[in-house]
Design a protein. Structure first.
Length: 156
């Protein structure tokens, strides 16, 4: 069965109602079904929505950015950080690729810095308010490329 390309707006909060992120007021998100572009736990629930509908979807951490893993917290020497100045709470990417992990500085003691490589939303149960703008069948090119083209998609 051919996949669809879905365009939607979202507002993301945690289960206490704390605001995390939103696409409202900016570009909507466009994704090709099955491409892994949005988190699995959200995509599977969005399959039941039709264009023009709004819904609130609960995505537990395990189906979103995963549970927290204490083994992903480690101490390194200050000298190895690619930063001259930093403070607790700063985040940086560990490599040049956009998929390289983002680490957060969680402690600084002398010349030892503690880094947490858990995703900032690991362990967080998510509540999405979504508004589906439109759904269309993917083109053959989109299906073979594995991503959406056009507005909000890949341009090339
Ligand atoms: Zn393409």
């Amino acid at each position: 069965m051919p996949s669809n390309v879905v365009r939607f707006h979202y507002t993301l909060r945690d289960t206490r109602g704390q605001f995390i992120d939103s696409s409202q007021g900016g570009e909507p998100v466009t994704y090709l079904e099955g491409s892994g572009q949005i988190i699995e736990g959200l995509e599977s629930q969005m399959k039941s929505l039709t264009a023009g509908t709004k819904a609130q979807l609960n995505v537990p951490a395990a189906q979103a950015y995963g549970v927290r893993d204490d083994r992903m917290i480690q101490k390194v020497a200050r000298a190895v950080l690619p930063l001259d100045e930093f403070q607790i709470g700063d985040q940086f990417q560990t490599g040049p690729d956009r998929h390289d992990p983002v680490v957060t500085i969680v402690a600084i003691e002398g010349d030892q810095v503690t880094l947490d490589a858990n995703h900032p939303l690991a362990g967080v149960d998510l509540v999405f308010d979504v508004e589906v703008l439109d759904i269309r069948p993917a083109t053959a090119d989109e299906t073979s490329h594995g991503h959406a083209h056009g507005p909000g998609g890949v341009h090339h």
